[in-house]
Design a protein. Sequence first.
Length: 172
Amino acid sequence: MDAIQEANDHRAGPYLLTPGEIRRSPLSVPSIKADSSDTAGLVTVCEGTLAPWEPGPPLHLHTRQDEALYVVEGTLLVQIGEDRHELTAGTFAWIPRDTPHTFANGADTAVRAINISVPGGLEGLFTEQGEYFAHLHGAPDLAELGRIGARYGGRMLGAPITAIGAPGQPPS
């Protein structure tokens, strides 16, 4: 049996998810729509939401996956390398592995985005982080987030970003 046939034999069958429905791992942040077990390791697809002005993860990179972000609604401030961009609804960003990146909600309305990771595997990171956040009292420990990320080929590089104009931020 060749590798392609073997991968096809281990994929989940077709399925549909209704709005707000997830595939598995209810504590995952972001919500998992398809993971490695669904796609024979080919891709992970997630949907995430950030509240108004909410920061995202610390500046980080992934050594095993390339990532794509597609903004469904709202304004997402994305830092890729040293450059920052405002992504509005309909905007797509490709982030190759080993590229430093982070993001934050860049407005006073919620943002919703789709994250696609290739190959699959980041669902383990998102699930473990979600479990950590669910039991957290106070601010997250960046060292602990770094340890969790390292188990999945991630590396923490710096602090989260905050959009200009966010409450508590100096005006531009």
